[in-house]
Ligand binder design. Structure first.
Ligand SMILES: *Cc1c(COP(=O)(O)O)cnc(C)c1O
Length: 375
């Protein structure tokens, strides 16, 4: 019996995808072996890899001047790979700090290259709202502006694209001297949750284990004019140019994770009906849970309403002595992984694409019942 899984990552996968993987596990489409056991250079595997990329391009309407890379090392490796690929000579990383993941991106760029310009930060306000567009100030030596679209731990999401504020003509963040800097986005916990205008970004990257597939894979989408800005002293496996030249097969890729990601893309296209349909479902799920939280004096979420994450919904019980019984009873009711991140405590329900509306209904019903009995 599959229970309702609200894990922040590695996260729920669509049951239909797991069933298909099960059916193809021992003998992939009559080839007599598992996808896990195939050469990544075989025609059969190349077809799997190419179909996955084609479906992802189709879902996100990725323009032709962007390369799609399937790499490894987690989103955390991109905290290093991004500056190595984009800093060039003399440029400086510019990063917006909206929480724990952006801080890690800042720390890694600082560790490797010394100086990072924090272009805006929501830290003083406790990361309860993202910086306003006018608070973002780049340095004149900005090689790029990095931001985290959805802070997975804090449940804080941008409601606009930095440098591309609603109603403005800007098509990218500007340095004080007026020149445009490429926009880099860590989209690990929100990619594919709805339609996206890829053309507004220089680089998008996402670890797979939230909304794409199993852990072990990272998707990078990079505009091709940014491929020539890399430092020469970097590990060759980090190089976007080398990955693009090799079709993401400099070395053995995470073949099975890539295959499963492909099944998720097919599911999004064929079962869900694309990202506009996914967007509507995600909006309903988030509205249902935040609505229940806001309607009660027993549960609360402190994030500014326009910046509430649709993917990760942290909430606290007004009496933290009830945290343990809440989690134990939720688990007994088939609602798994609701504990908040170890650094913040409380609860967190992650509502990624693969979490069905029925799971949210079950959670809301459990929360109401718990409040009635214990509130
Ligand atoms: C999970 C996550 C990461 C880290 O991913 P790893 O694959 O564990 O390195 C980075 N950024 C965001 C926004 C995340 O949600």
């Amino acid at each position: 019996m599959r229970k309702h899984n609200f894990c922040a990552g590695p996260a729920a996968l669509p049951t239909a995808v797991l069933e298909r993987a099960r059916d193809e596990m021992l003998d992939y489409q009559g080839r007599g072996l598992s996808v896990m056991e195939m050469s990544h250079r075989s025609a059969t595997y190349m077809a799997i890899a190419e179909k996955a990329e084609a479906d992802l391009r189709d879902l996100l309407a990725v323009p032709a001047n962007y390369r799609v890379l399937f790499t490894q090392g987690g989103a955390t490796q991109q905290f290093a790979a991004v500056p190595y690929n984009l800093l060039g000579p003399g440029g400086r990383a510019n990063v917006i700090n909206t929480g724990i993941w952006s801080k890690k991106a800042i720390a890694e760029a600082r560790h490797l290259f010394g100086d990072v310009h924090v272009a805006a930060s929501s830290e003083a306000g406790g990361h309860l709202a993202v910086p306003r567009p006018e608070e973002i100030v780049l340095s004149n030596d900005a090689a790029y502006l990095h931001f985290t679209a959805n802070e997975t731990i804090g449940g804080l999401a941008f409601d606009y694209i930095p440098g591309n504020a609603p109603g403005s003509e800007e098509r990218g963040p500007r340095r004080p001297d007026g020149s445009e800097a490429p926009l880099v986005c860590d989209m690990s916990s929100s990619i594919l949750s709805g339609p996206l205008d890829v053309s507004r970004f220089g680089v998008i990257y996402a670890g797979a284990q939230k909304n794409i597939g199993p852990a072990g894979l990272v998707v990078v989408i990079v505009r091709d004019d940014l491929l020539d800005r890399a430092r020469t002293d970097m590990p060759s496996l980090f190089s976007y140019q080398a990955l693009a030249d090799a079709g993401s097969m400099i070395n053995t890729p995470a073949t099975y994770s890539w295959y499963l990601a492909g099944l998720v893309f097919e599911w999004l296209k064929d079962e869900v009906g694309g990202l506009a349909a996914m967007d509507a479902i995600n909006a309903r799920k988030a509205a249902r849970l935040y609505g229940a939280i806001d309607a009660s004096d027993f549960y609360s979420n402190p994030i500014a309403i326009p910046n509430r994450s649709r993917m990760n919904v942290p909430f606290v019980l007004n009496d933290s002595r009830l945290d343990k019984p809440f989690l134990a009873e939720a688990e007994a009711a088939g609602l798994l992984n609701l504990q908040g991140h170890r650094s913040v405590g409380g609860m967190r329900a992650s509502l990624y694409n693969a979490v069905p509306e029925a799971a949210v209904e079950a959670l809301v019903a459990f929360m109401a019942d718990f409040e009635k009995r214990r509130g």
